[in-house]
Design a protein around this ligand. Structure first.
Ligand code: UN1
Length: 503
């Protein structure tokens, strides 16, 4: 391991540095573009063996009572509470989000563990009235089997935890293929879970959790394996387009959480003291690299000039720099490709008649190997073709509107459907936005921004976002199989629908 910061984090976590030394995949910190460690890729045979171990673990785990399974998740949550600081710092070191957000992610892990512990006593099914005398119908939710989790660099730990805490209480082992850009946080989260598993005793087999380190071919092997009944994948629409059909081909289940193109409508009655900070956090938080980041503002023409002026003033105060420094609000982009994507989108916006401010690369003298940018605002003449795409960077488009129907049509006029918000003090406008004729997204907020969802709700979106729901509410159902049972406790065999079949 080459990074003293990483060495210190490993020491605090009481983990073996061998985990990140001597492997064949080097990990680059986006903070300064340097190597922080190396991890070992899994071979195809190694991947196969890990999937087999998960299948074996399932045979036992599915028989452990759900509240007892919850006990394992509770212990894991305790470990996360203890190690929130170093784990948060590791998230920052490996993916570049600011420390506050790194710790926030660990907090999300803790919260979902708490949620899952409660859930472990609430995996309720229905009882149903039978049309036949002496019969009883019920629905039972049974464990499903090993769950494959594919996660992205931008939420390197929380998204896995949403899946894992729920899957574990549902009776399912988890096989995790993290982004190749953030394998260290994955190995560390797994090592801590293995610690909880070891302390738990014989009820929890080691194969309950594993990490597959690798690139696209490893992901393909996982998605193509029919021993894995559910693939929960977070990433780009392009990735989802490959994963979805591959899993469907073998009649597996997919939970897709793909790209967003999240907008905020700012109406003429909006409280700008709320709207401005919400937009700034949504657009520049995590350097615009959340799937829920605010990408488009649709503002009433009467407020457009005022809003843009206030946004520019706020943008001028944003402190861009080392995400480990407590003062920083915006850290680096993940890599050079992300910067090029942003530069291309800005060029396209200009070509479409947009007026763009920001978007320059900074700190090249002190951090030549890293990609720090000033967040950009693009005032657009209309909703142009380049606005229909998700650019994973702090680039915010602004367009005007005159009536709410038009604003909602613009809002919904993109292929993605993850998160959305309206800022208004008019209850008719607010209710319209969250009605059947309002936002078409999985998340529709009033007077709060598009990002920073709580774990208690179901998280996910419509259209090209993929339709999956993770995290809270009744998302757990995706991790179990529904079984309908009709039990005859009479001495006769009446058939349904009154059919007579006398022998
Ligand atoms: C993601 O970007 O993949 O709403 C997930 C949020 C977070 C989740 C984002 N709780 O910003």
């Amino acid at each position: 391991m080459t990074s003293p910061r990483l060495a210190e984090i490993f020491k605090t976590l009481e983990l073996d540095p061998a985990l990140v030394t001597g492997g064949d995949l080097s990990v680059i910190s986006p903070i300064d573009g340097t190597d922080i460690g190396t991890v070992q890729r899994d071979s195809a045979a190694g991947t196969d063996a890990k999937i087999a171990a998960a299948v074996k673990a399932f045979e036992h785990w599915r028989q452990v009572p759900a509240p007892r399974r919850g006990e394992l998740v509770r212990r894991y949550g305790d470990l996360l509470r203890r190690y929130k600081e170093p784990l948060g710092a590791l998230v920052t070191l490996e993916c570049g989000k600011i420390l506050e957000e790194g710790k926030g992610e660990v907090q999300e892990m803790i919260d979902i563990c708490d949620f899952a512990v409660g859930l472990s006593r609430q995996l309720y099914g229905l009882t149903i009235q039978s049309e036949r005398p002496g019969h009883h119908m019920r629905e039972t939710w049974q464990p499903l089997g090993p769950v494959g989790v594919i996660s992205a660099f931008n939420f390197p730990v929380a998204v896995w935890a949403w899946n894992t805490a729920i899957a574990l209480v549902c009776g399912d082992p988890v096989i995790w293929k993290p982004s190749e850009k953030t394998p260290i946080t994955a190995l560390v989260c797994d090592a801590l879970l293995q610690r909880a598993i070891a302390d738990f005793g014989a009820d929890a087999p080691a194969g309950l959790s594993c990490v597959l380190v690798g690139e696209r071919d490893t992901g393909e092997q996982l998605t193509g394996d029919s021993r894995v009944p559910l693939i929960s994948a977070t990433g780009s629409c392009r990735m989802g387009r490959q994963v979805g059909p591959k899993v469907a081909e073998r009649f597996g289940r997919c939970l897709l959480e793909l790209g967003g193109n999240n907008a905020i409508i700012v109406t003429d009655s909006a409280d700008l003291d709320l709207a401005v900070p919400a937009i700034v956090f949504g657009a520049v938080g995590t350097a615009g690299q959340r799937c829920t980041s605010t990408r488009r503002i649709i503002v009433h023409e009467s407020l457009k000039e005022t809003l843009v002026a206030r946004l520019k003033k706020a943008y001028a105060q944003i402190r861009i720099g080392d995400p480990l420094d407590g003062d920083t609000l915006v850290g680096p982009l993940i890599d050079g490709a992300a910067f090029e994507g942003m530069a291309r989108a800005i060029e396209a916006a200009r070509g479409e008649g947009g007026h763009v401010t920001g978007g320059e690369r900074v700190r090249t003298d002190t951090h030549p190997g890293a990609y720090y940018v000033t967040p950009a605002i693009a005032e657009m003449p209309e909703q142009t073709p380049s606005m229909l795409e998700e650019t994973f960077a702090p680039l915010l488009y602004v367009i005007g509107y005159t009536d709410l129907d038009e604003a909602i049509a613009l809002h919904n006029g993109v292929p993605q459907g993850l998160s959305s918000a309206i800022f208004t003090t008019d209850m008719r406008e607010a209710e319209r936005f969250v009605s059947a004729t309002g936002s078409d997204c999985g998340i529709a907020n009033v007077n709060i921004g598009t990002s920073g969802a709580e774990i208690g709700g179901a998280f996910g979106g419509e259209k090209e976002t993929g339709g999956g729901r993770e995290s809270g509410s009744d998302s757990w159902r995706a991790y179990m199989r529904r079984q309908t049972s009709t039990v005859n406790y009479s001495h006769d065999l009446p058939l349904a629908q009154g059919i007579k079949f006398d022998l």
